[in-house]
Design a protein around this ligand. Structure first.
Ligand SMILES: Nc1nc2c(ncn2[C@@H]2O[C@H](COP(=O)(O)OP(=O)(O)OP(=O)(O)O)[C@@H](O)[C@H]2O)c(=O)[nH]1
Ligand SMILES: [Mg+2]
Length: 325
Protein backbone atom coordinates (compact mmCIF):
# COMPACT_ATOMS: atom_id res chain seq x y z
CA UNK A 1 0.00 0.00 0.00
CA UNK A 2 1.63 3.22 1.17
CA UNK A 3 4.69 3.76 -0.96
CA UNK A 4 6.52 6.70 0.47
CA UNK A 5 9.00 8.41 -1.77
CA UNK A 6 11.70 8.73 0.82
CA UNK A 7 12.08 7.02 4.17
CA UNK A 8 13.77 8.32 7.24
CA UNK A 9 16.69 6.42 8.66
CA UNK A 10 15.02 3.39 10.30
CA UNK A 11 17.38 3.52 13.29
CA UNK A 12 16.31 7.08 13.93
CA UNK A 13 12.70 5.92 13.77
CA UNK A 14 13.38 3.19 16.28
CA UNK A 15 15.09 5.40 18.84
CA UNK A 16 12.32 8.01 18.72
CA UNK A 17 9.84 5.13 19.10
CA UNK A 18 11.66 3.77 22.18
CA UNK A 19 11.66 7.20 23.76
CA UNK A 20 7.97 7.52 23.03
CA UNK A 21 7.14 4.18 24.68
CA UNK A 22 9.02 5.28 27.78
CA UNK A 23 7.08 8.54 27.88
CA UNK A 24 3.82 6.71 27.24
CA UNK A 25 4.51 4.41 30.18
CA UNK A 26 5.47 7.05 32.65
CA UNK A 27 2.68 9.42 31.64
CA UNK A 28 -0.07 6.81 31.55
CA UNK A 29 0.97 5.21 34.78
CA UNK A 30 0.76 8.20 36.99
CA UNK A 31 -1.69 8.02 39.81
CA UNK A 32 -3.77 4.91 40.17
CA UNK A 33 -4.04 3.64 36.62
CA UNK A 34 -1.31 1.03 36.96
CA UNK A 35 -3.33 -2.10 37.08
CA UNK A 36 -0.72 -4.76 37.73
CA UNK A 37 0.17 -3.39 41.11
CA UNK A 38 -3.46 -3.32 42.12
CA UNK A 39 -3.87 -6.79 40.71
CA UNK A 40 -1.41 -8.28 43.19
CA UNK A 41 -2.91 -6.19 45.94
CA UNK A 42 -6.34 -7.52 45.05
CA UNK A 43 -5.37 -11.07 45.83
CA UNK A 44 -2.80 -10.97 48.62
CA UNK A 45 -3.13 -14.71 49.25
CA UNK A 46 -2.70 -15.36 45.53
CA UNK A 47 -6.10 -17.04 45.24
CA UNK A 48 -8.40 -15.76 42.49
CA UNK A 49 -12.11 -15.76 43.31
CA UNK A 50 -15.29 -13.80 42.64
CA UNK A 51 -14.26 -11.20 45.17
CA UNK A 52 -11.02 -10.51 43.31
CA UNK A 53 -12.90 -10.12 40.03
CA UNK A 54 -15.32 -7.74 41.68
CA UNK A 55 -12.50 -5.54 42.90
CA UNK A 56 -10.83 -5.71 39.51
CA UNK A 57 -14.10 -4.54 37.98
CA UNK A 58 -14.02 -1.43 40.14
CA UNK A 59 -10.40 -0.81 39.12
CA UNK A 60 -11.20 -1.06 35.43
CA UNK A 61 -14.16 1.31 35.67
CA UNK A 62 -12.08 3.83 37.59
CA UNK A 63 -9.36 3.58 34.92
CA UNK A 64 -12.02 4.94 32.53
CA UNK A 65 -12.59 1.71 30.66
CA UNK A 66 -16.32 2.32 31.00
CA UNK A 67 -19.05 0.18 32.48
CA UNK A 68 -20.10 -1.74 29.35
CA UNK A 69 -16.61 -2.62 28.21
CA UNK A 70 -15.57 -3.54 31.74
CA UNK A 71 -18.56 -5.83 32.05
CA UNK A 72 -17.57 -7.69 28.90
CA UNK A 73 -14.00 -8.09 30.13
CA UNK A 74 -15.09 -9.29 33.57
CA UNK A 75 -17.63 -11.72 32.10
CA UNK A 76 -14.86 -13.24 30.01
CA UNK A 77 -12.64 -13.59 33.10
CA UNK A 78 -15.55 -15.06 35.05
CA UNK A 79 -15.99 -17.79 32.42
CA UNK A 80 -12.32 -18.63 32.77
CA UNK A 81 -12.60 -18.68 36.52
CA UNK A 82 -15.56 -21.08 36.24
CA UNK A 83 -13.44 -23.33 34.05
CA UNK A 84 -10.72 -23.16 36.73
CA UNK A 85 -8.31 -21.50 34.32
CA UNK A 86 -7.41 -18.67 36.66
CA UNK A 87 -5.22 -20.44 39.17
CA UNK A 88 -3.05 -17.53 40.22
CA UNK A 89 -2.31 -13.88 39.73
CA UNK A 90 -0.11 -14.57 36.68
CA UNK A 91 -2.96 -16.39 34.98
CA UNK A 92 -5.31 -13.53 35.79
CA UNK A 93 -2.79 -10.98 34.50
CA UNK A 94 -2.29 -12.91 31.27
CA UNK A 95 -6.05 -13.25 30.72
CA UNK A 96 -6.62 -9.57 31.36
CA UNK A 97 -3.83 -8.65 28.95
CA UNK A 98 -5.41 -10.94 26.35
CA UNK A 99 -8.83 -9.39 26.86
CA UNK A 100 -7.46 -5.85 26.43
CA UNK A 101 -5.55 -6.87 23.30
CA UNK A 102 -8.67 -8.48 21.82
CA UNK A 103 -10.35 -5.08 22.01
CA UNK A 104 -7.42 -2.96 20.84
CA UNK A 105 -5.78 -5.10 18.16
CA UNK A 106 -8.62 -4.66 15.61
CA UNK A 107 -8.36 -0.85 15.75
CA UNK A 108 -4.59 -0.85 15.27
CA UNK A 109 -4.74 0.27 11.65
CA UNK A 110 -2.07 2.86 10.86
CA UNK A 111 -2.87 5.67 8.45
CA UNK A 112 -1.25 4.86 5.14
CA UNK A 113 -1.27 7.23 2.20
CA UNK A 114 -1.76 5.24 -1.01
CA UNK A 115 -0.12 6.30 -4.29
CA UNK A 116 -3.43 7.60 -5.64
CA UNK A 117 -5.66 9.60 -5.56
CA UNK A 118 -4.07 13.05 -5.42
CA UNK A 119 -4.49 15.06 -3.35
CA UNK A 120 -5.22 12.66 -0.54
CA UNK A 121 -7.58 14.78 1.55
CA UNK A 122 -7.62 14.48 5.33
CA UNK A 123 -10.41 16.39 7.10
CA UNK A 124 -9.67 17.03 10.76
CA UNK A 125 -12.69 17.26 13.04
CA UNK A 126 -13.27 17.51 16.78
CA UNK A 127 -14.48 19.88 19.47
CA UNK A 128 -12.55 23.00 20.39
CA UNK A 129 -9.28 22.43 22.18
CA UNK A 130 -9.09 18.74 21.25
CA UNK A 131 -5.82 19.30 19.40
CA UNK A 132 -6.84 19.45 15.71
CA UNK A 133 -4.56 22.29 14.66
CA UNK A 134 -1.58 21.00 16.63
CA UNK A 135 -2.13 17.52 15.19
CA UNK A 136 -2.13 18.98 11.68
CA UNK A 137 1.33 20.41 12.36
CA UNK A 138 2.58 17.07 13.67
CA UNK A 139 1.06 15.11 10.77
CA UNK A 140 2.42 17.54 8.20
CA UNK A 141 5.90 17.12 9.70
CA UNK A 142 5.53 13.35 9.50
CA UNK A 143 4.40 13.41 5.84
CA UNK A 144 7.20 15.79 4.85
CA UNK A 145 9.72 13.47 6.51
CA UNK A 146 8.26 10.65 4.44
CA UNK A 147 8.94 12.62 1.27
CA UNK A 148 5.35 13.64 0.56
CA UNK A 149 4.28 17.13 -0.43
CA UNK A 150 1.75 18.78 1.85
CA UNK A 151 -0.74 21.65 1.73
CA UNK A 152 -2.88 23.02 4.55
CA UNK A 153 -6.41 24.41 4.33
CA UNK A 154 -7.45 26.94 6.99
CA UNK A 155 -11.02 25.69 7.35
CA UNK A 156 -11.41 27.12 10.84
CA UNK A 157 -12.68 30.50 9.71
CA UNK A 158 -14.49 30.95 12.98
CA UNK A 159 -11.41 32.11 14.89
CA UNK A 160 -8.98 34.53 13.26
CA UNK A 161 -6.18 33.21 15.46
CA UNK A 162 -6.71 29.71 14.03
CA UNK A 163 -5.83 30.89 10.51
CA UNK A 164 -2.72 32.66 11.81
CA UNK A 165 -1.69 29.58 13.80
CA UNK A 166 -1.69 27.53 10.57
CA UNK A 167 -0.02 30.25 8.52
CA UNK A 168 2.84 30.64 10.96
CA UNK A 169 3.37 26.91 10.95
CA UNK A 170 3.20 26.78 7.15
CA UNK A 171 5.73 29.58 6.72
CA UNK A 172 8.16 28.06 9.13
CA UNK A 173 8.00 24.70 7.35
CA UNK A 174 7.66 25.98 3.83
CA UNK A 175 4.23 24.43 3.37
CA UNK A 176 1.55 26.31 1.41
CA UNK A 177 -1.55 27.33 3.37
CA UNK A 178 -4.83 28.15 1.64
CA UNK A 179 -6.83 30.66 3.69
CA UNK A 180 -9.51 33.31 3.30
CA UNK A 181 -10.61 36.08 5.57
CA UNK A 182 -12.13 35.09 8.87
CA UNK A 183 -15.85 34.45 8.62
CA UNK A 184 -15.54 32.96 5.12
CA UNK A 185 -17.44 29.77 4.29
CA UNK A 186 -15.18 26.91 5.43
CA UNK A 187 -16.56 24.60 2.74
CA UNK A 188 -15.49 27.15 0.09
CA UNK A 189 -12.02 27.50 1.63
CA UNK A 190 -11.45 23.77 1.67
CA UNK A 191 -12.92 23.33 -1.83
CA UNK A 192 -10.50 25.98 -3.15
CA UNK A 193 -7.65 24.25 -1.36
CA UNK A 194 -8.57 20.92 -2.99
CA UNK A 195 -8.46 22.58 -6.42
CA UNK A 196 -5.16 24.31 -5.65
CA UNK A 197 -3.64 21.08 -4.36
CA UNK A 198 -4.76 19.24 -7.48
CA UNK A 199 -3.33 21.95 -9.75
CA UNK A 200 0.01 21.80 -7.95
CA UNK A 201 0.18 18.01 -7.74
CA UNK A 202 0.24 18.01 -3.94
CA UNK A 203 0.22 14.60 -2.23
CA UNK A 204 -1.64 15.33 1.01
CA UNK A 205 -4.08 18.11 1.85
CA UNK A 206 -4.72 18.58 5.57
CA UNK A 207 -7.91 20.55 6.23
CA UNK A 208 -8.42 22.24 9.59
CA UNK A 209 -11.95 22.92 10.85
CA UNK A 210 -13.51 24.91 13.67
CA UNK A 211 -14.16 23.15 16.95
CA UNK A 212 -16.66 25.61 18.30
CA UNK A 213 -19.83 26.90 16.74
CA UNK A 214 -22.87 28.34 18.46
CA UNK A 215 -24.48 24.92 18.68
CA UNK A 216 -23.28 21.37 18.35
CA UNK A 217 -25.83 20.76 15.59
CA UNK A 218 -24.41 23.83 13.83
CA UNK A 219 -20.96 22.28 13.99
CA UNK A 220 -22.17 18.93 12.63
CA UNK A 221 -24.10 20.64 9.81
CA UNK A 222 -21.05 22.68 8.85
CA UNK A 223 -18.82 19.60 8.76
CA UNK A 224 -21.39 17.64 6.76
CA UNK A 225 -21.52 20.49 4.25
CA UNK A 226 -17.73 20.52 3.91
CA UNK A 227 -17.78 16.80 3.28
CA UNK A 228 -20.50 17.18 0.64
CA UNK A 229 -18.85 20.10 -1.14
CA UNK A 230 -15.39 18.56 -1.49
CA UNK A 231 -17.03 15.32 -2.61
CA UNK A 232 -18.13 17.18 -5.73
CA UNK A 233 -14.52 17.59 -6.82
CA UNK A 234 -13.52 14.04 -5.98
CA UNK A 235 -16.26 11.59 -4.97
CA UNK A 236 -13.77 9.77 -2.75
CA UNK A 237 -12.82 12.91 -0.80
CA UNK A 238 -12.34 13.43 2.06
CA UNK A 239 -10.33 10.21 2.03
CA UNK A 240 -9.89 10.35 5.77
CA UNK A 241 -12.18 12.01 8.30
CA UNK A 242 -10.01 12.08 11.36
CA UNK A 243 -11.61 12.74 14.70
CA UNK A 244 -9.25 14.31 17.23
CA UNK A 245 -10.22 13.50 20.81
CA UNK A 246 -8.88 14.80 24.10
CA UNK A 247 -8.32 11.74 26.33
CA UNK A 248 -8.42 13.81 29.49
CA UNK A 249 -12.16 14.24 29.02
CA UNK A 250 -12.61 10.59 29.98
CA UNK A 251 -16.01 9.12 29.22
CA UNK A 252 -17.11 12.41 27.65
CA UNK A 253 -14.66 11.69 24.87
CA UNK A 254 -16.64 8.54 24.10
CA UNK A 255 -19.91 10.46 23.95
CA UNK A 256 -18.33 12.97 21.55
CA UNK A 257 -16.88 10.24 19.38
CA UNK A 258 -20.30 8.62 19.03
CA UNK A 259 -21.89 11.92 17.97
CA UNK A 260 -19.24 12.69 15.37
CA UNK A 261 -19.36 9.16 14.04
CA UNK A 262 -23.15 9.19 13.73
CA UNK A 263 -23.12 12.53 11.87
CA UNK A 264 -20.08 12.13 9.65
CA UNK A 265 -18.85 8.58 9.55
CA UNK A 266 -15.33 9.07 10.85
CA UNK A 267 -12.61 6.87 9.36
CA UNK A 268 -9.83 7.40 11.89
CA UNK A 269 -9.21 8.67 15.40
CA UNK A 270 -6.26 10.47 16.95
CA UNK A 271 -6.31 10.57 20.73
CA UNK A 272 -4.37 13.42 22.29
CA UNK A 273 -3.41 14.37 25.83
CA UNK A 274 -2.98 10.88 27.19
CA UNK A 275 -0.42 12.65 29.37
CA UNK A 276 -3.23 14.63 30.93
CA UNK A 277 -5.03 11.60 32.27
CA UNK A 278 -3.97 8.80 34.56
CA UNK A 279 -6.70 6.73 33.00
CA UNK A 280 -5.68 5.47 29.59
CA UNK A 281 -8.67 3.13 29.67
CA UNK A 282 -10.78 5.53 27.62
CA UNK A 283 -9.12 4.20 24.50
CA UNK A 284 -10.57 0.76 25.26
CA UNK A 285 -14.08 2.18 25.59
CA UNK A 286 -13.78 3.94 22.27
CA UNK A 287 -12.25 0.98 20.47
CA UNK A 288 -14.83 -1.40 21.89
CA UNK A 289 -17.81 0.78 21.05
CA UNK A 290 -16.87 2.39 17.73
CA UNK A 291 -14.41 -0.03 16.18
CA UNK A 292 -12.96 2.84 14.15
CA UNK A 293 -9.19 2.69 13.40
CA UNK A 294 -7.07 4.48 15.99
CA UNK A 295 -4.37 6.16 13.93
CA UNK A 296 -2.21 8.08 16.39
CA UNK A 297 -1.90 8.69 20.10
CA UNK A 298 -0.40 11.80 21.67
CA UNK A 299 1.28 12.13 25.04
CA UNK A 300 2.51 15.73 24.85
CA UNK A 301 2.84 18.87 22.80
CA UNK A 302 6.07 18.07 20.92
CA UNK A 303 5.96 16.48 17.45
CA UNK A 304 7.69 13.30 18.67
CA UNK A 305 5.02 12.98 21.39
CA UNK A 306 2.57 11.74 18.76
CA UNK A 307 3.11 8.26 17.31
CA UNK A 308 1.11 5.62 15.44
CA UNK A 309 -1.05 3.56 17.74
CA UNK A 310 0.32 0.13 18.64
CA UNK A 311 -1.98 -2.14 20.67
CA UNK A 312 0.71 -4.29 22.30
CA UNK A 313 2.74 -1.30 23.44
CA UNK A 314 -0.34 0.38 24.76
CA UNK A 315 -1.47 -2.62 26.79
CA UNK A 316 2.07 -3.10 28.10
CA UNK A 317 2.10 0.54 29.21
CA UNK A 318 -1.33 0.25 30.83
CA UNK A 319 -0.39 -2.84 32.78
CA UNK A 320 3.15 -1.86 33.65
CA UNK A 321 3.90 -1.56 37.32
CA UNK A 322 5.62 1.52 38.63
CA UNK A 323 8.94 -0.29 38.99
CA UNK A 324 9.22 -0.49 35.19
CA UNK A 325 9.38 3.23 34.69
N1 LIG B 1 -0.46 17.94 27.02
C1 LIG B 1 -0.83 17.83 25.76
N2 LIG B 1 -1.28 18.91 25.11
C2 LIG B 1 -1.66 18.79 23.83
C3 LIG B 1 -1.59 17.55 23.13
N3 LIG B 1 -2.05 17.75 21.88
C4 LIG B 1 -2.40 19.07 21.80
N4 LIG B 1 -2.16 19.71 22.98
C5 LIG B 1 -2.41 21.11 23.34
O1 LIG B 1 -3.82 21.36 23.34
C6 LIG B 1 -4.08 22.73 23.07
C7 LIG B 1 -5.19 22.85 22.04
O2 LIG B 1 -4.72 22.37 20.80
P1 LIG B 1 -5.25 22.90 19.39
O3 LIG B 1 -4.51 22.13 18.37
O4 LIG B 1 -5.22 24.37 19.31
O5 LIG B 1 -6.77 22.41 19.47
P2 LIG B 1 -7.91 22.58 18.37
O6 LIG B 1 -8.67 21.30 18.35
O7 LIG B 1 -7.33 23.04 17.09
O8 LIG B 1 -8.83 23.71 19.03
P3 LIG B 1 -9.80 24.79 18.30
O9 LIG B 1 -9.02 25.41 17.21
O10 LIG B 1 -10.18 25.73 19.41
O11 LIG B 1 -10.99 24.03 17.81
C8 LIG B 1 -2.75 23.31 22.60
O12 LIG B 1 -2.22 24.07 23.67
C9 LIG B 1 -1.90 22.10 22.32
O13 LIG B 1 -0.53 22.34 22.51
C10 LIG B 1 -1.11 16.39 23.84
O14 LIG B 1 -1.02 15.25 23.36
N5 LIG B 1 -0.74 16.61 25.16
MG1 LIG C 1 -7.70 24.68 15.95
Amino acid sequence: MAMFKKKKNPQEDQSSRDGFIKRLRSRLNRGDSWLTYDLTKLAPGGKIDEDVLEQLETQLVSADIGVDTTERIINGLQRRLDRKELKDIEALGASLRGALLDILKPVEQPLEIPDAPRPYVILMVGINGAGKTTTIGKLARRFLDDGLTVMLAAGDTFRAAAVEQLQVWGERNNVPVIAQKSGADPAAVIFDACEAARARGIDVLLADTAGRLQTQQGLMDELAKIKRVIGKLDPGAPHEIMLVLDASLGQNALVQAEKFHASLGITGITITKLDGTAKGGILLSIADRLKVPVRFIGVGEAAEDMQPFNAEEYVAALLAGRQDN
